[in-house]
Write a protein that binds this ligand. Structure first.
Ligand code: ATP
Length: 263
């Protein structure tokens, strides 16, 4: 099916380079495909590969400047996903390693806007990410933020896998009643904004995952990151409304971030 659509790549045109990351299911390598720099994700386990292949079909139908683009797949002793190379790695490491002295607030705002634009596209397509977090945002050579792991998260986070949910990023109604929606992604986006404006800190610092779930359910919310504009903290808190219907949509969030950026 994928072959018909032209997503099956020729392994002979693919060259493998150094290891640049480690995923849950295998290593991520740098490489090139017909001269173009790429990232190659190898999925070794056969069962997992089958699941990924199914999800890849969703990925091939999505194309946006703020989603990490899938170029195709190679089937050869397991599965290789060939993606555009995001040379500056994931956003957590990017922010932690560079810090306040080299990443300016306008750049943080630009990242936030990039992600909101990508999420607005997924929202329009009625696709729920379920694992939106700074670790799943990758940065390109020219400092553009793009969402990765979309379309893959569904197969990983089966309803019965409650223990594997990223508790600190997951909306209360999703944790308690498995109600995942674009509005539960909005909750996660609020946490992601907090991560960005605190330069890659882990959310709910010093709190255990167990405590977080209980306290958040009782109305507890994180304080504003250090030196964060009040308008941005207000935006974060709107993402953390108990009632999913009261949270803004990604369209609304994108509009607000554009306004803040030009203010
Ligand atoms: P999964 O759970 O889907 O296996 P993961 O979170 O375990 O995902 P990834 O996030 O996909 O693994 O990859 C691990 C690391 O590899 C990332 O944090 C990033 O540093 C690097 N990486 C992944 N994809 C790319 C890419 N397209 N370009 C550059 N680096 C990448």
């Amino acid at each position: 099916e994928l072959a018909k659509a032209g997503w099956l790549l020729n392994v002979q045109l693919l060259t493998f380079g150094e290891k640049i990351g480690e995923g849950e299911f295998g290593d991520v390598l740098k490489g090139s495909y017909m001269g173009q720099p790429v990232a190659i994700k190898n999925i070794k386990c056969d069962v997992t590969a089958k699941n990924f292949l199914a999800e890849t079909t969703t990925m091939t139908q999505l194309k946006h400047k703020n989603l990490v683009n899938l170029l195709g797949v190679v089937l050869n002793n397991g599965l290789y996903l060939v993606m555009e190379l995001m040379s500056k790695g994931n956003l957590v490491n990017y922010l932690r390693s560079r810090g306040r002295s080299s990443v300016l607030p306008w750049q943080l705002l630009q990242f936030s806007l990039n992600i909101a634009q990508g999420m607005e596209y997924l929202e329009e397509k009625r696709l729920v990410h379920r694992d939106l977090a700074a670790r799943n945002i990758l940065v390109s050579e020219n400092d553009e933020a793009k969402i990765s792991d979309f379309g893959l998260s569904k197969s990983k986070l089966l309803p019965e896998d409650v223990t594997k949910l990223p508790i600190k990023w997951t909306a209360p109604e999703a944790l308690q009643h498995n109600k995942f929606s674009s509005r539960s992604d909005v909750w996660s986006f609020g946490i992601l904004l907090w991560e960005i404006f605190s330069y890659g800190r882990t959310p709910y610092p010093k709190m255990s995952v167990r405590d977080v779930a209980e306290k958040v359910q009782n109305g507890y919310r994180m304080d504003a990151p250090e030196n964060c504009q009040p308008v941005l903290y207000t935006l974060m808190k709107s993402c953390w409304e108990d009632d999913p219907g009261k949270r803004p949509s990604f369209k609304k969030l994108r509009e607000k971030l554009e306004k803040i950026k030009t203010a």
